[in-house]
Design a protein around this ligand. Sequence first.
Ligand code: ATP
Ligand code: MG
Length: 199
Amino acid sequence: MGKVVVLAGLPGVGKTTLMNRLMELAKERGLRLGFVTYGTLMLQIAQKRGLVSDRDELKNLPLERQQELQLEASERIKALRSREGTLLVDTHMFIKTPRGRWPGISVANLGFLKPDQFLLVEEEAERILTRREKDSARRRNMSEIRGIEAELEYSRYMAAACSVMTGSPVERILNREGKLDQAVERIIALIERVGDLDA
Ligand code: ATP
Ligand code: MG
């Protein structure tokens, strides 16, 4: 059976950038890798239903509606899991809502996704803030450095919970400034090892 690797991290840490570079290298090296961006999939489902027009509107939907979309996205990801190769899922460990932090992957979603590995992308809080500010294409909520540090810490708790629920390991990936390829190589090396756990 193909593997599912969750690539999670705070907004602006560089997940999608890593994923794009990873896919380029995978093509060059003939690695069987696919990827799906959770938020994009949820947006496609929501747009089809006329619920939202852009990605940043998703978080304004009632939480119950977002939960439905999230579950549906997980169901679709389950179908995308191929017989061989690895499917990477680009997602967030949590989403900030007016009611508090909402899990990006709840136990119900884990049931569909059955991840074999969790990768938590991190970088210094100050750099994450700079990356968010640089990225003007998206409407982001600006937070202070300390807020980001608290978010980093909370993501680790969420990743630990996911790891306990699934029995799958979690590893931190540092996405250092200007060192994208270093992080990508580390991810490739880890993906290649994922099968080891089955032995
Ligand atoms: P979101 O969760 O909001 O989708 P993301 O984690 O996918 O965010 P990206 O959109 O990939 O983040 O990256 C945010 C910004 O950080 C982009 O401008 C990107 O070019 C920059 N960036 C990503 N990785 C690095 C890196 N290693 N060095 C310098 N800049 C980087
Ligand atoms: Mg992204």
